[in-house]
Design a binder for this molecule. Structure first.
Ligand code: TYM
Length: 339
């Protein structure tokens, strides 16, 4: 298949470290689906990134398939665009090694996500977790992708990717890797935990109640929203009233994103009411969006072989783009040609 090279190229990824959450959906996946118009997109299930923290091998394989099914169920079109799993395209790891030698320790030391994920026992974190952002830079730059739709938490990693691209170009005296533009979109670029409005909603949070999964059934969604932490005051009628109220801000942000309304419009309608009524309206909205996705994911997973075939076809199209770019990077570094 010849890829469309006239459109700006998008790359983005998601870790198969669990079931995708409402945070992934609103911060990233929904935007990926929309950006398919007008872009040539490459979407990747990043299993190399997932193993930077321990993953049971059998669970990882199943989660990779499930993630691919979820993405297709959300509306990713693997025919018009490319969907694949990272480990199937060797170019990612090859370029990541070069980037390990371009990035500086000082840069990596500033990464807040490493600090968060490594926690107090930093000595016990894997070396992979430390160089995680270098692999992300390789993911994007192996395709010369210029636009990267992500949630707010990935912003610092994309700044680092730009630093790596610039240093490579400078060190080797070339203009080879392009600048990357992060696309961080909408009122839900950072969806917070339902149990703690100061913590990000995450698929790897030990508390099941903290997140809504794209595979949750309607009852589970309604219950999680009903139990979501809130404060005792009624909802404010204007956005300034959300200041210092992280849980209220989070629920209103989710509502605004799903209803495609500005926060002010949501508060104009629901302000002054208690959380009980608002939570009911929110649950109905979340269910209306997620129930069809969950049903389609289940349908797709009934044929795991078909999902794997989609991923493999995507991987060979991805490799056809990345291999020559990474071979050129290797030539610039001074490696003898592989073949
Ligand atoms: P991951 O798997 O943590 O998340 C996938 C996408 O979902 C976004 N996201 C959120 N957005 C809003 N609110 C939240 N609570 C929330 N949680 C997650 C993330 O910002 C992300 O866009 N490092 C990446 C995967 C990756 C990647 C890449 C992304 C690997 N290589 C290259 C872009 C380009 C990650 O861990 O995503």
């Amino acid at each position: 298949m010849t890829e469309n090279t006239a459109l700006p190229r998008i790359f983005s990824g998601i870790q198969p470290s669990g079931v995708p959450t409402l945070g992934n959906y609103l911060g990233a996946l929904r935007n990926w689906v929309r950006l398919q118009e007008g872009h040539a997109c490459i979407f990747c299930v990043v299993d190399l990134h997932a193993i930077t923290v321990w993953q049971e091998p059998r669970a990882l394989a199943a989660q990779t398939r499930e993630m691919a099914a979820s993405l297709i169920a959300c509306g990713i079109d693997p025919e018009r665009h490319i969907l694949f799993h990272q480990s199937a395209v060797r170019a990612h790891a090859q370029l990541a090694w070069i980037f390990n030698c371009v990035a500086r320790l000082g840069w990596l030391n500033r990464m807040t996500q490493f600090k968060d994920k490594a926690g107090k026992d930093r000595e016990a974190a894997s070396a992979g977790l430390y160089v995680y952002p270098n692999l992300m830079a390789a993911d994007i730059l192996a395709y010369h992708a210029t636009r990267v739709p992500v949630g707010d938490d990935q912003k610092q990693h994309l700044e680092l990717a730009n630093d790596i691209a610039q240093k490579f170009n400078h060190d080797y005296g070339v203009d080879f890797f392009p600048a990357i533009e992060p696309l961080i979109m909408g009122p839900a670029a950072r969806v917070m935990s339902l149990r703690d409005g100061t913590k990000k909603m995450s698929k790897s949070d030990p508390s099941e109640q903290s997140r809504i999964n794209l595979t949750d059934d309607n009852d589970a969604i309604a219950l999680k929203i009903r139990r979501a932490k809130t404060d005792p005051a009624p909802l404010p009628s204007e956005p300034v009233g959300l200041e210092g109220r992280p849980e209220a801000r989070n629920l209103v942000g989710i509502y605004a994103a799903l209803a495609d309304l500005p926060t002010a419009a949501v508060l104009a309608e629901h302000g002054g009411k208690g959380f009980g009524a608002f939570k009911e309206a929110l649950a109905a909205l979340v269910i209306a969006h997620l129930a069809p996705i969950a049903a389609e994911t289940r349908r797709l997973l009934a044929d795991p072989g078909a999902i794997e075939a989609v991923l493999r076809a995507g991987a060979s199209r991805a490799a056809a783009i990345a291999d020559p770019i990474v071979a050129e990077a290797e030539r610039l570094v001074g490696f003898l040609a592989r073949a």
